[in-house]
Design a protein around this ligand. Structure first.
Ligand code: ZN
Length: 67
């Protein structure tokens, strides 16, 4: 009776849906990319992330796609 442990595992099939929190429309969405990291003088700062529609609406370029 060790099946219960495997059932609790998240499904990792190699395909990443990249679901994350979009800080632009304040909700979870697919294809969320890191846009920018805001450094704060005190504290760890925070990350700005945007989903596909928000990137198109605000002309956002993901951090990893910049030259
Ligand atoms: Zn969004």
């Amino acid at each position: 009776m060790t099946d219960s442990a495997s059932e609790a595992q998240p499904v990792e099939t190699g395909r990443s849906p990249a679901i994350g929190y979009c800080t632009h429309h304040h909700g979870y969405a697919g294809d969320v990319r890191l846009i920018d990291v805001v450094e704060q003088g005190s504290g760890p700062g925070y990350a700005l992330r945007a989903c596909g529609p928000c990137r198109a609406a605000y002309n956002l370029v993901p951090l990893g796609d910049r030259p």
